[in-house]
Design a protein around this ligand. Sequence first.
Ligand code: ZN
Length: 200
Amino acid sequence: MSVRPVVITGEPVLHRVAARVEHFDDELAALVADMFDTMDAAHGVGLAAPQIGVGLRIFVYEMPNDDGVPARGVVVNPMLALSKVPEGRPDPDTESEGCLSVPGEHFPLRRAETAIVHGQDLAGEPVEFTATGWFARCMQHEFDHLNGKLYVDRLDDKQARKARKAVKAAGWGTPGHSWLPGVDPDPFGHDEPDDEHDEL
Ligand code: ZN
């Protein structure tokens, strides 16, 4: 098991649809172990396979929830059924997301309050659960990764402009950028006592 580099926006694998997992074998188990290690080292609450450069439909998460779902898990080949996304401006205090593939940034966006998740576990057995609130937000963020979409692709015009600026200023948006959790400085400052965000 090992921590792998997290690729940054601009890397093509983040911007294309990932492939279904067909083989539930040791290789899959080893990949998912690395995904958990990488998520933990990054202090993230979710990680999708494309974020470590692997174009497969898998995500892991670590998020205590009110939905009776284990706080730590993996979903392979997920499908989501969502409640309606609320209209109106997102609240920066309660609806801001961060992404390990857009290091150090946060922007607010609306998400559906409820997500019904269908998928498979590491053995290929069906999993199904309902996620609400922030857990539902996490599911939507990770699922988007498998369809080549980042949360910054879903921002309203004002926030999207800010995000584009930030990406450009950092020199991202082109292939070849990554960071190594546990080695490179933590881009979200998770060691700081005032950290109150969760990155996915
Ligand atoms: Zn993300």
